[in-house]
Design a protein around this ligand. Structure first.
Ligand SMILES: NC(=O)c1ccc[n+]([C@@H]2O[C@H](COP(=O)([O-])OP(=O)(O)OC[C@H]3O[C@@H](n4cnc5c(N)ncnc54)[C@H](O)[C@@H]3O)[C@@H](O)[C@H]2O)c1
Ligand SMILES: O=CCCC(=O)O
Length: 500
């Protein structure tokens, strides 16, 4: 689909190089890769295809910057993050245009992402000066014990394309707040937003070498291997699929790195008969169709109790009929393209599998070739069953599959019958059920009577094969710190000059 990309107010935010050691550079090999606009299929521009040597240089820059950066006070780091936050807010319009261009999400969503992303810098600018150790009553007479919170060192960050800004700031914010220096591998699909963030870091006065970006598409596995096997990098934080997470964990084993992994989900979304129907429908729309279903916390399996099933299905389908699919820059567009044709193929396969096994499409169900290769109709399917592909795998696309259930015990069993456990949602007006079900779900995050749970103030992360570690909140910074214990012996003596 042809679409007109609005010009940036500040054209210098569009960089076709990458940022290492405070400078804009190319890959040593001179190689580049093309970044494609998912809406039009046309190239946006080229960025460096970096390799092992380039990545090692970025790691060396981060290592060189560490000794002085780790000695800055929390208050100084707070001011840097605050400046970077403000620059994001000041340039929100341009950042949103870049996000829409390379990710495809509509401008309104992209603007929302910029605010969400910037808020991680604001949040961690407030945490940076407040990282307290403890004083601990010792078990041994005469000993005095306390702990220090220290930065873990150079950290490697690897992020996906679905939130081109927020997945990066959610990691860099706490890393810098803790006093770590960073090598961030930006997503091959969306490196331009990352580069714009780097330019703003430069303007914010983040010292050279503290934040370094590595760009790669074809060389991504080589870059990942370099980061995970490096003896200099002390921690890796990764957001992406469970499969890649397992690979990175194996690669990190030889150097026993500290790890935080935010991996795939398969979120159950449960509507009990006693739910407020309108609230549950609004929650399902918000959770399932945010970013066209391409978030790790999107509802994947929507379980609806039999007494409310037909009414819920009808209302959800009605809402979805009102969506407008098109270019993210288009007037009134609610849903953009998916990221690439592989994503479309997975969505199509899940729909076809459901239909083959008896699912009934209430709305959507087809690709939209007239718009382009990456478009798929927002879809609602009823009469889903547990042996369908959508029940077992994360669709990561705009398909709401509605499953019917009878009892609370049945649905908890179904909801937990998966290897992963990131987010889970349910709707009920019974307070006892709210506690019971929240406690029974095997997930890291629960939304009760809401489909939107993301908040820099709240701990984000999963259980089971959705990974470990928490981002955002007061816990987020701890992922980038070590707790050093100090025991002072020979204390507890009598005051000098005291008469015995
Ligand atoms: N839990 C979370 O917070 C969270 C957030 C967003 C996405 N996700 C998950 O990510 C998946 C969707 O993203 P995807 O399909 O791009 O995932 P992916 O794992 O294929 O890729 C994610 C990122 O990892 C990098 N990568 C890929 N292979 C690599 C390798 N061998 N070495 C080093 N880096 C590598 C790439 O830069 C890529 O952008 C979904 O499963 C989704 O649930 C999870
Ligand atoms: O896709 C994963 C992150 C989504 C979010 O932070 O809300």
């Amino acid at each position: 689909m042809e679409h007109s990309v609005p010009p940036l107010n500040d054209k210098s935010l569009l960089k076709e190089q990458t940022y290492v050691n405070g400078e804009w550079i190319n890959a040593k090999s001179g190689k580049t890769f093309e970044v494609i606009d998912p809406a039009s299929g046309k190239p946006i521009g080229n960025v460096p295809e970096m390799d092992r040597a380039d990545t090692e240089a970025a790691i060396a820059a981060a290592a060189a910057a560490l000794p002085s950066f780790r000695k800055t006070t929390g208050r100084e780091r707070s001011r840097m993050l605050r400046k970077w936050y403000q620059l994001m807010i000041d340039n929100a319009d341009d950042l949103a245009k870049l996000i829409t261009w390379e990710n495809g999400k509509p401008m309104a969503d992209a603007k929302g992402e910029v605010t969400y992303a910037a808020n991680f810098f604001e949040w961690f600018s407030e945490e940076a000066p407040r990282t307290y150790g403890q004083t601990i009553p010792a078990s041994v007479a005469g000993n005095r014990v306390f702990t220090l919170k220290e930065p873990v060192g150079v950290v490697g960050l690897i992020t996906p394309w679905n939130f081109p800004a927020a997945m990066i700031t959610r990691k860099i914010g706490p890393a810098l707040a803790a006093g770590c220096t960073v090598v961030a591998k930006s997503p091959g699909e969306t490196p331009f937003t990352a580069a714009a963030l780097a330019e703003l870091a430069h303007r914010a006065g983040i010292p050279k070498g503290v934040v370094n970006f590595v760009t790669a598409l074809k060389n991504t596995p080589e870059v990942g291997e370099t980061i995970t096997s490096s003896k200099i990098v002390k921690k890796v934080s990764f957001t992406g699929s469970t499969g890649v997470g397992k690979l990175l964990m194996k690669q990190s084993a030889d150097t026993l790195k500290k790890l935080s992994f935010e991996l795939g989900g398969n979120a159950p979304f449960i509507v009990f008969d006693d739910a407020d129907l309108e609230t549950a429908v609004a929650g399902a729309i918000a959770s399932k169709f945010r970013s066209s279903g391409q978030t790790c916390v999107c509802a994947n399996r929507i379980y609806v109790q039999s007494g409310i099933y037909d009414a819920f299905a009808e209302k959800v389908a009605e809402k979805v009929k009102g969506f407008k699919v098109g270019s993210g820059y288009g007037e009134g567009v609610t849903h953009g393209p998916l990221i690439h044709d592989r994503a479309v193929s997975k969505v199509e396969a899940h729909v076809q599998d459901a239909v083959k096994q008896g699912g009934k499409v209430l709305v959507g169900g087809q690709k939209l070739p007239d718009l382009g290769d990456n478009y798929f109709q927002p879809t609602v399917i009823r009469d889903m069953t547990a042996d369908m592909a959508l029940a077992r795998e994360e669709t990561f696309g705009p398909v709401a599959g509605l499953f019917k259930f009878d009892t609370e015990a049945d649905v908890i069993k179904l909801a937990n019958d998966t290897e992963v456990g990131l987010a889970g949602y349910f709707f009920s007006r019974d307070i006892q059920r709210c506690y019971r079900v929240a406690e029974a779900l095997e997930v890291g995050m629960v939304g009760v009577n809401t489909g939107l749970i993301s908040d820099p103030a709240a701990p984000f992360g999963g259980v089971k094969e959705s990974g470990f570690g928490r981002e955002g909140s007061s816990l987020g910074i701890e992922e980038y710190q070590i707790t050093k214990m100090v025991t002072l012996g020979g204390m507890g003596q009598e005051l000098q000059g005291a008469s015995s």
